[in-house]
Write a new protein. Sequence first.
Length: 255
Amino acid sequence: MTVSVLPLAGQHALVTGAGRGLGRACALALAAAGAEVTAVSRTAAELEALAGEPLPDGAGAIHPHPADVSSPEAVEAAVAAADGRAPLSILLASAGTNRPGPTVELALADLDAVLDLNVRATFVACQAFGRRLLDAGRPGRVVLMSSQMGTVGYPGRAAYCASKHAVNGLTKALAVEWAPHGITVNAVAPTFVLTPMTEPMLADPAFSADVLGRIPAGRLAEPAEVAGAVVYLASPAAAMVTGQVLAVDGGWTAW
């Protein structure tokens, strides 16, 4: 197989959670690999800043689409608008949140918030994207943003762990269901990365020391390292890879 310098040239990706953190890094990486990217997030200003980032020569472009992915109607509208501009072939569902705390003290509203965004919104994005491709008979790539916490547990993160275990299960179920239609479904499971979501947690010296002590590589992951895994799973090189959860965790889950 000949691997293009721009392996995603001619592809169109929709990225949820693209305004900040890993979603932002992945949107930039997909565009740098040649894809046109429809970037979805609630905050228009963050998307405009993302679209203004410089990209390499020959790269794709980033098209902002402000939307709240907790609304199924907004997700359906975003997918329809993007697919109408150019046929979609890649979905990266990376919108997510975390509400840590002792399980016996966690408010059900916090549990609902985590499950609604990490599981329900991810399911809805897959459903809207998959429907478009299946109706048109087009192949495609789905990449879900999971976490090492989808494989292991961690104190004070019962809601988040439950949500990411669900994402891993969704990955495998959709992979089996959609493989006959040429649609691969995989997940990326990073360890801790310094992002707006994790920065307040990692500012606690004791918590940061515990995290680093669990990573054999001895450091946090870089956003570009997670984005590289996403680009691979979205590329022709991963055509026979489906139903997998690719850990980018420095060895955390290898213990």
